[in-house]
Design a protein around this ligand. Sequence first.
Ligand SMILES: Cc1cc2nc3c(=O)[nH]c(=O)nc-3n(C[C@H](O)[C@H](O)[C@H](O)COP(=O)(O)OP(=O)(O)OC[C@H]3O[C@@H](n4cnc5c(N)ncnc54)[C@H](O)[C@@H]3O)c2cc1C
Length: 469
Amino acid sequence: MSLPLQQLSRLDNFGHSMTTAAYLYRPTHAAQVAELFEIASKQGTSITFRGAGRSYGDAALNAGHVVVDIRRMNRILAWNPETGIITCEPGVTIEQLWKHVLEDGWWPPVVPGTMFPTLGGVLGVNIHGKNNWKKGTLGEQVLKFSALLPSGEEITCTPDDDLFYAIISGLGMLGMITQITMQMKRIYSGNVWVDAWVEANLEGMLAAIETHKERDYDVGWIDCTAGGSRLGRGQMHAADYLTPGEDPSPAQTLRVDYQILPDLMFGVLPKSMIHLFMQPFMNNAGVWLINSAKYFMNSTLGNHKRHLQSHVAFNFLLDYVPNWEKAYGAGGLIQYQCFIPKETALDAFREIIRLGQKHRLPNYLGVLKRHRPDKFLITHAVDGFSFAQDYRVTRKNQAGLQKLTTELDQVVLEAGGKFYFAKDSTLTREKVQRYLGEARIAKFRTLKAQCDPAGVLESDLFRRCFAAE
Ligand SMILES: Cc1cc2nc3c(=O)[nH]c(=O)nc-3n(C[C@H](O)[C@H](O)[C@H](O)COP(=O)(O)OP(=O)(O)OC[C@H]3O[C@@H](n4cnc5c(N)ncnc54)[C@H](O)[C@@H]3O)c2cc1C
């Protein structure tokens, strides 16, 4: 076997703001990756794992080196509809997962805002859902996993092992997760009850999330173009699972085809074309107009209304519009998600919105969630709130955006906050050191030296944020 070093492939991040060329390798079995580790360490080439490439930054990029695309390792190995325990290969997607378990009355207990990521990829960063306060991260639903280390060792980890908390969240830098056993959540309907209402400002939004944090899900959308007393206004969604017997026809709502998102919007417009219609509005004036109209509509029609929505429609709203990220244009977008303790969140988020407005770079989509701390090594969680913000990147605004994110970082760090590598594309080593702390980084380095003594696993993100000078 030789390394696939003949042809470079173009790979980018989800936001299409970074493009690199790498040697792409698509194994179907872990044994092929074991061989690859050996050859790479002899040849001095580094390896990064890549799932669906849905991280907003450079977590799954490795310019000039090898990228292992795990998506052909996508077999579901065991499923027990009595206990809800499933064992999968890492290339299985969230979409494959829910489609496999739904009709037996189960649902993945933690999902991201899109169903396209792989299990390897979501455990590599340890994702959270709109139920982080209640359910924790996806890593907390894992009963055990197997991993292949660059040292050649194959290990199995359970929540009793130290490495469990480092490989999950470890950004693929300690080894490749090869098999995952997880607990699914029992559900009694294909729908959830959803309550939607508007809040007039940021204080109201944070208070609402706090009040509703014991609901099964809660999430807020923020209009970051509004200022003054309306700064941080937005719409809240809180949702609950249905209880046994509450759904008059669970056999129907628990069917996969009941959940499938429609191909047409308003019954006529193909969804695949919607991003083209969004494009003319992807500028400050357009986003102000859309956000104001959305807020006005939400506060008049449908305010404080309770309705039923399918799990897919509630959890994967963004998947309604295929390729929506392309509406941001050639420069793409970056996402900036920070996690701030509840005590300092209000002032910090206010300052973050104000800074964006001051620099004339308001974020185009702002999302608020409630979080709880977890035991994982490269954790992003706090007992507080996260605020995810999408910023358009253009050739003209790049320097301004860099300046803005530097100022935002300062606000986050002073508020005792954290960042998230699934989203980040601008942090520096010094800032990572400040928010994770020296002890955590030293532990990560020690475990990396044990699992990957030749230093075969590297990514663009690792070099940017963790590598020694
Ligand atoms: C529209 C959208 C909505 C999102 N919503 C959320 C959300 O609500 N909550 C949230 O937490 N995240 C969210 N995300 C982020 C997303 O869930 C993560 O970036 C996730 O990692 C993407 O999975 P992927 O398969 O694309 O992984 P990639 O982006 O390809 O890889 C992610 C990391 O996992 C590592 N990796 C891949 N496979 C393995 C393996 N087998 N073993 C070890 N490491 C591996 C990679 O090296 C990389 O470091 C969202 C992303 C998008 C685009």
